[in-house]
Design a protein around this ligand. Structure first.
Ligand code: KG4
Ligand code: ZN
Length: 374
């Protein structure tokens, strides 16, 4: 079965095609095209929904055309692409952005007379773990715990089996990615700040500043990161530090693997080492809490697999700490972390989640739900 997936919930426009045979086997990726309006949001320091939606409209047809070119051929009658099902993100997300993908998907379903699957974006992040390189790759075993850490969510999810998911904890205010982004803004860093903070942290001392570990003792699986943001704000105010990254800092340069650390020296009134120390301390505070609560969930629910998903799962300090703690605690579980390109928003994960949670519907029954939870 060939599934065409469409993802437009925020600032990425993604279309992908997967081939899937059985739920015991990983899916095969045939094409995965992504366009992003990130550079526009970097300049404004965050996403302006109207801007994101307009960019989605610009990108959707070229991205769709390329994905079809790379991942499909014509069907037996030589009239339409050999796609069997169309999966689309229906929430959560920005309504203007979501509608672009949903209306495109519905139009294709009507035109090609194909069924659709509405996919929850958060399921997509979890199912990014089911896109594997070859059919003999190990698959996650149930029961499992998933830690979904993105710009909008920080959730610990207990998975009994496909389609049987229970959220056992989540953030009460800012999400982990949001905390990275908002604290990054206080440090004068461009949006999204998570990857930049983790890069700066490489040359910083995580013990340089004593920051809180929010809800450490709460004995549940909930998180809260807004107090951490306030602590950093107060620290900056108390010391009179001023951060101001020159507008000319190019996020892509900072993030590239080329030797670029000099690029990040464009700060005024502040030592580069201070910024690195703050980044390392902030990252450690966020990671410590995520690891502590996830490990507790893994132990209490006695699971066989741990699945990570969402943009923050690309954070090396988080993934390394989790692996280390699992080893230290002698836990007999397998940890799955998607490659970085499948941690951030993409359509391959949406098509894949659609396959494992197949609930075929007609295009008339697909509507956007921006407030969707699980
Ligand atoms: O999943 P995603 O692409 O979009 C949402 O659905 O939100 O996640 C984006 C978030 C941003 O907050 C970004 O700062 C964060 O993921 N992020 C990271 C890293 N890479 C992306 N945070 C920390 N470390 C990273 N390496
Ligand atoms: Zn996402």
């Amino acid at each position: 079965m060939k599934i065409l997936g469409i993802e437009t919930s925020c600032d990425e426009t993604g279309v992908a095609i997967i081939e899937a045979t059985s739920k015991d086997k990983p899916v095969k990726l045939l094409s995965n095209i992504i366009a992003s309006s990130l550079s526009k949001h970097s300049v404004t320091g965050g996403i302006i929904p109207e801007v994101a939606a307009r960019e989605q409209i610009k990108f959707i047809l070229p991205v769709l055309t390329q994905a079809l070119k790379e991942g499909s051929s014509l069907n037996k009658n030589n009239d339409i692409p050999d796609i069997d099902v169309i999966a689309v993100t229906y929430g959560p997300g920005l309504i203007g952005s979501l509608l672009v993908g949903i209306e495109t998907a519905k139009t294709l379903a009507l035109l090609w007379n194909k069924p659709m699957i509405s996919v929850n974006h958060m399921y997509g992040h979890i199912y990014a773990n089911y896109i594997r390189n070859n059919s003999n790759d190990t698959m996650p075993q149930f029961p499992a715990i998933a830690l979904v850490v993105s710009g909008g969510h920080t959730d610990i999810v207990y998975m009994k089996e496909h389609g049987d998911l229970e959220v056992i904890g989540g953030t009460r205010d800012d999400a982990a990615g949001e905390a990275f982004d908002k604290i990054g803004r206080l440090l004068g860093l461009p949006y999204p700040a998570g990857p930049v903070i983790s890069k700066l942290a490489l040359s910083g001392n995580p013990k340089a500043f004593k920051l809180p570990r929010p809800m450490w003792d709460s004995k549940d699986y909930d998180f809260s990161f807004s107090g951490l943001k306030t602590s950093v704000f107060n620290l900056i105010k108390k010391n009179g530090w001023q951060f101001n990254v020159k507008k000319s800092v190019n996020v892509q340069d900072v993030l590239s693997d080329k030797p670029q650390s000099r690029e990040i020296t464009n700060f005024v009134n502040v030592e580069e080492q201070l910024l690195a120390d703050l980044s390392a301390s902030v990252q450690k505070a966020i990671v410590d809490v995520l690891v502590f609560k996830t490990l507790n969930a893994v132990k209490e629910y006695n699971v066989k697999s741990l699945l990570l998903g969402g943009g923050v799962a690309a954070n090396k300090q988080l993934t390394n700490s989790l692996k280390l703690e699992i080893e230290k605690n002698n836990l007999d579980i397998q940890t799955f972390i998607p490659p970085a390109k499948f941690c951030t928003d993409n359509a391959a994960m949406i098509a894949t989640a659609g396959f494992y949670n197949d609930n075929l519907v007609s295009w008339e029954n697909v509507t956007a739900n921006p407030e969707l939870y699980y």
